[in-house]
Each structure stands twice: as C-alpha cells, then as structure tokens.
Write a protein that binds this ligand. Sequence first.
Ligand code: PSU
Ligand code: MN
Length: 301
Amino acid sequence: MMLKLNFSEEVQAARDAGLPLVALESTIITHGLPQPRNLEVAQQAEQQVRDLGAVPATIAVLGGALQIGLSRQQLEQLSKATGVWKLSRADLAVAISQGVTGATTVAATMIAAHLAGISVFATGGIGGVHRGAELDFDVSADLEELAKTPVIVVSAGAKAILDLPKTLEVLETKGVPVIGYQINELPAFWSRESGLNAPLRLDTAGEIAAAFQMRCSLGIEGGQLIANPVPQEMEIPASIISPAIDTAIRAAQEQGIKGKEATPFLLSEVLKATDGRSLETNVALLLNNCRLAAEIAKALV
Ligand code: PSU
Ligand code: MN
C-alpha cells in the first residue's frame, strides 16, 4: 500500500506559490472542544493564520487518506463526526491502512507536517507527563515526537492537568528546547504562571526561526517547543484553575478513566468545573498560538 498525501486546494496552491504554511491539529476539534463550538474555533484558527499572511493546513485522516489541509466541507464533517479515532504515532499507520477517520494529536500532526514539508505547527497545549505517572507510566507520545521530528510546535505550555515539573524534566532529558516566548516563566496553559522557569527564552519570531534553522544545520534531530503565554486578559489565575483541575482528576480516578481517554475527559471536566470559562481561555490561547506560528512561518521562508 502506497502512502499518498492529499493536499487541499488551498494548501496545494500555497505550495506551488511557496507561501508560508502553518499546520493545525485535529484532535482538539474532535476530542478537545465541545460541539458545536469546535467547528467555529477550528475555522477561527484557520482564519487567524490567513489574516497574518500564512496558509493553514489542518491535518487529519479522512477515510484512510492523510489530509494536509481540509476543505470547508471536510472540516465541517470532521467536527460533527462520531467515533473518530484519536491518532498518535502508534496509531497512524493502522488508521490509514484500515481506511478509518481519525484526528491527529500533536505527535501525529508533527509526523504529517514533516512529511508535507511544513515546519511550524500551532496547537493549544501539548500532552506530557501525567500526574501519578510514576505509578501508571502515562507519558504522552508528544514528548518523544518533539525529540524526533523537526517541527516547531507553538503551544501555551503543557496542559496544567499534567505534572509540569516532570514534563520539563523529560523534555530536558530528550533534548527538546523549551522556549518561553517573551516570558521567563513556563506558562501553564490556562494561566501565565506555573512557578517554573522556562529553560530558554526568545522574544521574536525571527529568533525562533533562526534557532530552528541552526538546530537543523547542527544535525540535531527533533523540534522546538514554544511556550507562548495566554493573553493576560483571558488567563485564569492558578487560584481558580487549580481546584477545578483537582476536581477533574478526582473524577477521573473515581471513574477509572485512563490512557487515551484521560486528556479529553480531564479537559471536559475542567470546563464543567469552571462553568465554561476554561473553554474561552482555551480558544484565546489557541488563536494566540496561531498568530505566533504564522509569524514564525513567514520568518522561515
Ligand atoms: N490541546 C488542547 N486540546 C487537546 C489537545 C491539546 O487544547 O485536545 C490534544 C492534543 O492533540 C495532544 C493530546 O496531542 O491532547 C494529548 O493527548 P495524550 O495526553 O493522550 O497524549
Ligand atoms: Mn497518555
């Protein structure tokens, strides 16, 4: 079976014209955000990239085809679909060869973006080391992917439902540069503060692009993780989000939610515990990341 990348019309035209491209993931659409808001947010994320003069490529597997960019109609279908697989590195080949529909996580989106020659990718927050991982070993494949695949991932840090100190340690061990954008502290997704230092700091998209190109010149495999703090006016202070996260984690333990279900479950429980406020923050930080990713993409061409 041969792999074929299916480029959307918009992405194909951008490739032909040499325009800057930004990859976007699809798990956030199918597993991370509630319907029907998910479609609206996915469209806003794409539009944000276009408004800054780059071209969005939302990545997903549709009926076994690896799509680099989705048409309006495909995006709409995906946002309403049920039984969509959540695809990480482990699942991608089986999903494509079985002809299923699946949404790509950070790890799988990085793999697809790299195959398509796209070096920048905007998401909300990456997966990481889960709390209690010393017992259940739940460490997201996103971390390993950052160590392997040369793509710049623009995030608002790691999701605060995780164990952030352990996540930073694993990233350091794997040689992944964690770069605070215009900030010394590692942002914690919904909040600007985590109490942890970002190991590195850069202040412009041009510097981020230059560091990435230097990493490639040095022959060091892997990407870069950019930690872009949520805009101040939209952040949820740790004093409010922490108890909501604790409630969500307790609910997951009580209901025995593990593995692939853990992240989507925790995100939806935090949403309930904050009366929907976490969703507005999630959207704001995603759009903020799209803007920075577009600037980096432009600096790379
Ligand atoms: N960020 C969000 N919402 C999400 C995710 C990230 O704001 O739904 C997804 C990403 O696709 C990420 C995945 O790769 O959650 C991590 O899942 P896990 O912890 O099972 O590796
Ligand atoms: Mn996991």
